[in-house]
Design a protein around this ligand. Structure first.
Ligand SMILES: C[S@@+](CC[C@H](N)C(=O)[O-])C[C@H]1O[C@@H](n2cnc3c(N)ncnc32)[C@H](O)[C@@H]1O
Length: 226
């Protein structure tokens, strides 16, 4: 008999069941989307208003593992939606704080009120102590909500519509600690839409090292070295 697939996430069964259910709902919605949805700006916000567009589960496992390996205490999630990837980040921060001590938080961002409400329901279902209390959800346009009260940041998950990605990163850059990690989803499939962001990250003057991880559609892992 072969070994079960590796899953790094330390959580009770009900949280694994919740995560599996939410990923499945997200995939079902995405399969029903027109293939051109990313390249048709007309009506894009309306189309996306009730869609998860959750980070793929294998990528969530990687980000969780990375947050545990780096002992991340303060994480900014740029784009929260229904709060799926946030659950992984909150579990990692909670475990890191328990084992390493100190304070920390996942700062989550969502502009759609309905999505924010759904995210809160999911976090409550995962557990108030286990997940919800580690999340500071900032509702509204993240270009406003991420302007103030940002601690020194260990990890950023950029899982956001392309036009807002570089302005969001620029807001956070003064707060990135040396060695902070920035993760960008879809860096291969959406390379042309993320052109400005990737050019900035890969410019020799920006102070990042960059690696494209071979997940489906790509996942960029960038480290702020100076
Ligand atoms: C790809 S989804 C995030 C998925 C989430 N990380 C997950 O794995 O479940 C991106 C989200 O960013 C939100 N968003 C887009 N522009 C925003 C802005 N300017 N401020 C805050 N949220 C925004 C969208 O409403 C959408 O729900």
């Amino acid at each position: 008999m072969s070994a079960p697939a590796a899953n790094p996430v330390v959580a009770p069964d009900h949280v694994h069941a919740l995560l599996n259910r939410l990923h499945q709902e997200s995939l079902t919605q995405e399969e029903a989307l027109p293939s051109t949805y990313l390249s048709s700006p007309d009506g894009f916000d309306d189309l996306m208003r009730d869609k998860f567009i959750a980070l793929d589960q294998d990528k969530c496992h990687f980000v969780y593992q990375l947050a545990r390996a780096t002992g991340a205490r303060n994480i900014v999630e740029v784009g929260t939606s229904f709060g799926v990837s946030t659950i992984y980040l909150a579990l990692a921060v909670g475990s890191n704080l328990k084992h390493l001590g100190g304070g920390g938080m996942v700062i989550a961002t969502e502009k759609e009120h309905e999505k924010a409400e759904n995210a809160r329901l999911h976090w409550r279902e995962a557990g108030i102590d286990l997940v919800m209390r580690h999340i500071d959800l900032r509702e509204g346009d993240l270009l406003e909500t991420l302007r103030d009260n940002i601690p020194q940041v260990d990890l950023v998950l950029l899982d956001i519509w392309a036009p807002i990605a570089l302005p969001a990163l620029k807001l956070l850059e003064p707060k990135l600690r040396p060695g902070a990690v920035v993760i960008i989803d879809n860096s291969i499939a959406s390379a042309s839409r993320y052109k400005d962001l990737l050019s900035h990250l890969r410019s020799p003057t920006s102070g990042y090292t960059n690696l494209t991880l071979p997940y489906s559609k790509g996942l960029e892992m960038c480290v702020k070295i100076r």
